[in-house]
Ligand binder design. Structure first.
Ligand code: ACM
Ligand code: ZN
Length: 750
């Protein structure tokens, strides 16, 4: 009997050592890419018998890891002194967020200076584990990782005011941020269309300001405006906020609340009309844009805002409070007796200095509570508050100006960091505000503006992706808009410049997406998309197709068979439509079909010159894009075919190789006024340096404004088109007082 039991025990023991099913190890596809990865030999086996130890300070991080592993893989890890996984403190590390992760066959060693570093080591380790497995043990490749972030501010923003999102979804958002080693959540809590944070001293913020009567349907540019007639709103209780702040803190994420002032405050004024200049009852905004009813800088307003701040600072333990400061039209202040008297009394020059007075006064109060302010770059106008950090969103000039004044800056330029913009030129993309910000453009963003020297660059804290939700109504859509662009941004802010490589990133992303599948994240997948480019070689036109992955492209001209393997640029002799797609080794199509129509017109291949260079963020196709036979996308003014000019009068000269007869000139302008883009009101055309012909632009209300003009046949050697800038944006519009942008598409000459 004794012998029998012994045999059974032996079998069990044998089975434990030999029957444990082990998952296959995962290649090192970590996002964001670490500074240094050295692959070793062999694997570490994580199983029910794995033990773990940590110094006291790192215990919360160990608990996070244990919970994660037990929930996801059903592997319970126990604590032991002689543990297989050891967390140690290493005070010799330079950076608080740095870590070293060493995986040997018999041990995993994690060294960090702080909890943050240990947490990021865990995030890397989790990406070395399978995204899913039903095996009872996990093989992890032996590897050593030395890693630290490039920037200390790695942010994601979320507007919960235009649309409201549940506590559970905010937690999912924070989980996704944590995976990407993002450390700051900028929570945009107050807006014209809704106030979303409970303030106990002001119950009407919950009763009135948190709800709007209805919401605009479709895009703001669709005229006439239509509304859904449904009451919409909600707010986070202070208990919700505490829960989210704690959840974020467990993931080493600081939450920065944004309480907008003096603009974007219509919801608060709807609840307390005495906070505005007119005192009139207004309603919580039901459409998007910039609104004229802003806080009036009176004592009752400052008392209100100070009381709000008192409650806010108690809820958010971080160092910063974001006070907004953007898009505050001065119309009401110009017509308000109190505002005008205050300007005189304080010896201020104008309403911009009054805004600076407003922000500086609030900064003083917030500083007295031991906190620092962040404001959008408009806070530079009329003088920067003494200790403010600037968030540069209208391009990078605000960052340059602030850093030169030795203020900290965070880069969030619309051109590279606005994840509410379209990410592909597919006409079937869900409705978005506009713009075009594909993944590669985010990936190639450089947060340090070239105008800054080394010393000034130190004021650049990092960068942030902004997620405005006018057109983002559901959690699934947020996921679609932020991923994979937030993953690209994570490498912008974490990875050393010398380690970055877009193709390598995309290859890792294919794997990262499997983790997202496991987490049921509705990410966008455009990585199998094709990029096309017309090239002119020795007077001949060719069309080049490229894709980021190593898969093969097949194409066809005019039909949709796509049966020709693409090997080199395709010669184009006539107008043509190219259809192409990426296929895997089993001839399965990956991603969608790419289509490009090329219209060979009389200017294709001619010489073109411009009096000014397009703005660097909207010059992807270069000047040749205006006469390359390819029109820009109907919705994406930021694609490679549109050229954008900021405030300039533009002169375009086209020089033909031999004289041509011109019968018609066609072009079009973008007119996305919400993005400060205005079509010109007139243009002038000159043939061969002769007298110029002036034309008014019609159809002005449309998002795309066409210009089409017939001519009697003429022999023309050169053509000059003069496009005056629209001028200053009128009062009450977004960007009021600034010069408009001009966006020009293909110039088609027939
Ligand atoms: C902003 O996009 N209004 C900061
Ligand atoms: Zn006023």
């Amino acid at each position: 009997m004794k012998g029998q039991i012994y045999s059974i025990l032996l079998v069990i023991l044998f089975c434990f050592n030999n029957c444990t099913e082990v998952s296959k190890p995962v290649p090192a596809n970590i996002i964001p890419k670490p500074n240094k990865v050295v692959l070793g030999e062999g694997t570490f086996i994580l199983s029910k018998s794995t033990t773990i130890s940590a110094v006291k300070k790192l215990e919360p991080i160990v608990n996070y890891f244990k919970n994660y592993v037990s929930e996801k893989f059903d592997i319970e890890i126990n604590t032991s002194d002689e543990a297989d996984i050891q967390f140690q403190l290493d005070t010799s590390l330079q950076n608080d967020e740095a870590y070293n992760l060493t995986i040997n066959e018999d041990k995993i060693l994690i060294k960090s200076k702080t909890q943050k570093g240990a947490f990021y080591a865990i995030q890397s380790l989790l990406q070395l584990m399978p995204y899913a497995t039903n095996k009872s043990a996990i093989a992890i490749n032996c590897i050593s990782v030395n890693d630290a972030p490039r920037f200390s501010y790695r942010g994601m923003h979320l507007d919960v005011a235009r649309h409201f999102f549940s506590v559970d979804f905010i937690k999912k958002y924070l989980d996704l941020m944590a995976m990407l080693k993002m450390n700051t959540f900028h929570w945009h809590l107050t807006e014209d269309q809704g106030w979303r944070i409970e303030i106990k001293q002001y119950p009407k913020l919950q009763e009135i300001a948190a709800f709007r009567n209805e919401t605009l349907i479709g895009h703001y540019s669709d005229q006439p405006h239509k509304f859904d007639g449904k009451k919409y709103g909600g707010f986070y209780t202070q208990e919700d906020i505490k829960e989210i702040v704690a959840y974020a803190s467990d993931r080493q994420i600081t939450v920065i609340p944004e309480i907008e002032m003096p603009g974007h405050s219509q919801a608060a004024i709807a609840a307390y009309p005495e906070l505005g200049c007119t005192g009139n009852q207004i309603e919580v905004a039901t459409k998007w844009g910039v609104f004229e009813d802003i806080y009036c800088p009176k004592e009752i307003t400052f008392t209100f805002l100070e009381n709000v701040i008192d409650e806010v600072v108690n809820l958010f333990p971080g160092k910063y409070i974001h006070i907004g400061g953007d898009e505050a039209p001065k119309t009401r202040w110009k017509n308000c007796t109190h505002c005008q008297q205050l300007i005189k009394k304080e010896g201020l020059k104008d309403e911009h200095e009054l805004q600076s007075y407003f922000i500086t006064r609030m900064e003083k109060y917030i500083n007295s509570k031991g906190k620092q302010i962040i404001g959008w770059d408009e806070i530079l106008e009329g003088g920067l508050a003494p200790n403010a950090t600037v968030m540069s969103w209208r391009g990078t000039n605000g960052a340059v100006e602030a850093a030169k004044e030795h203020h900290d800056v965070i880069l969030t330029p619309g051109s590279h960091c606005y994840f509410d913009h379209y990410q592909s030129d597919d006409e079937n993309e869900p409705l978005a505000i506009g713009g075009y910000l594909p993944l590669e453009k985010v990936y190639n963003f450089e947060p340090i503006p070239s105008e800054l020297n080394n010393e000034e660059s130190k004021y650049v804290l990092g960068a942030q992706g902004n997620v405005w939700t006018e057109y983002i109504t559901t959690p699934e859509q947020i996921e679609y808009m932020i991923l994979p662009r937030a993953a690209a941004l994570s490498e912008v802010v974490w990875t050393k410049k010398t380690q970055k490589n877009y193709k390598d990133f995309v290859e890792r992303l294919v794997y990262f997406n499997k983790y997202l599948d496991e987490k049921e994240v509705n990410y966008a997948n455009h990585i199998y998309y094709i990029k096309g480019k017309l090239i002119n070689k020795n007077g001949k036109l060719f069309y080049e197709l490229t894709t980021t992955t190593n898969n093969t492209i097949f194409y066809s001209l005019t039909d949709e068979n796509m049966n020709i393997e693409y090997k080199s640029p395709i010669e184009i002799t006539n107008s043509a439509t190219i259809n192409a797609a990426v296929f895997d080794e089993n001839q399965q199509k990956l991603g969608r079909m790419f289509t490009e129509s090329i219209t060979i017109h009389k200017a294709v291949g001619a010489n073109i010159s411009l009096n000014v260079t397009p703005h660097k963020s909207y010059n992807a196709g270069g000047k040749q894009a205006l006469i390359n036979g390819i029109s820009g996308n109907n919705k994406r003014y930021g694609d490679v075919e549109w050229l954008g000019f900021s405030g300039d009068d533009v002169e375009i000269t086209i020089q033909f190789e031999k004289p041509i007869s011109i019968q018609k000139i066609n072009t079009r302008f973008h007119n996305g006024n919400g993005q400060w883009i205005y079509a010109p009101q007139k243009i002038a055309i000159q043939f061969n340096d002769e007298k110029s012909m002036n034309f008014n632009i019609e159809n002005y209300g449309e998002l795309l404004v066409n210009f089409s003009q017939k001519f009697d046949e003429e022999k023309v050697n050169s053509l000059k088109i003069t496009i005056p800038n629209y001028g200053k944006i009128p009062e009450g519009r977004q960007g009021a007082g600034y010069k408009a942008w001009t966006f020009i598409d293909e110039i088609i000459i027939e």
